[in-house]
Design a binder for this molecule. Structure first.
Ligand code: ADP
Length: 237
């Protein structure tokens, strides 16, 4: 418990710091992007300036993307918590539809959630959990790999189970996954905030998350994530 408290405390202070930094950096970055855009338009016929200004614009986009993750991460802590019955199959469907818009990494999403399983919580934030987890699963997947989401329930709780056919997670990094800024992805691709945000959202919902990845990568592939949440008693919308 103490470890969990220290973790939450660290997340909260990193969140406050992140919000301040993101806010302060946001405006000048937008300024740089505008100036580069002007330069690009004014010096259309100069190939060198053209190329450089495009690179500046591209890099400012990267910064904005990181700032955006920082902002949503820092808002996790002081978010006003809405509580509704949330259909697991509906939020899974929405997240899968959103990620399917990106045609670059083609995977097969399979929604096997039970239509009568509802969690008690905030639909937006639980939706964010699914988007983050499914996008990690997709990044780890081979081309045309399958990603399953299914559900189970007991009297007072529901479970979401996500499974992928990706490379799995090496044992030595499994206890660092929820650390803010921990990433194994290329700079520009990963911020390392996805699972930290997932962790704080689940914690705010009095839920629990477990990640299992085969210890012997040769015998079995893929990652399995299990999220337990309180079950909604009243499923009326
Ligand atoms: P990011 O996606 O920006 O790297 P996350 O906090 O979401 O940040 O994830 C941290 C790391 O956890 C990833 O860089 C990756 O190494 C690992 N990871 C998360 N989900 C999976 C998965 N389904 N399969 C393999 N590795 C994963």
């Amino acid at each position: 418990l103490e470890e969990r408290l220290i973790h939450s405390e660290r997340l909260a202070s990193i969140g406050r710091l992140a919000a301040g930094v993101a806010h302060e950096i946001g405006n000048p970055v937008t300024g740089i992007a505008c100036l580069a855009q002007n330069l690009h338009e004014e010096r259309e016929h100069d190939p060198e300036i053209n190329e450089t200004s495009l690179q500046i614009i591209e890099q400012t986009r990267r910064i904005s993307k990181i700032l955006h993750s920082l902002m949503s991460f820092s808002h996790a802590g002081n978010h006003q918590h809405n509580s509704y019955p949330v259909s697991l199959t509906a939020i899974t469907q929405d997240a899968m539809a959103l990620l399917s818009l990106n045609k670059e990494q083609e995977v097969r999403f399979i929604n096997q959630c039970h239509a009568e399983h509802y969690a008690e919580g905030d639909p937006q934030r639980l939706g964010q959990v699914l988007v983050n987890l499914l996008s990690n699963a997709r990044d780890a997947s081979p081309p045309r790999g399958r990603i399953w989401v299914s559900s189970s329930a007991t009297e007072h709780s529901v479970c979401l189970i996500l499974e992928d056919e990706g490379a799995g997670i090496p044992t030595e990094i499994q206890n660092r996954l929820f650390e803010p800024f921990f990433t194994t992805k290329d700079p520009g691709k990963g911020t390392g905030l996805g699972l930290a945000l997932v962790y704080s959202i689940i914690e705010d919902h009095y839920g629990q998350i477990d990640i299992e990845s085969p210890t012997d990568p040769l015998s079995q592939r893929g990652t399995r994530i299990r999220i337990q949440l309180p079950r909604a008693t009243n499923t009326a919308p």
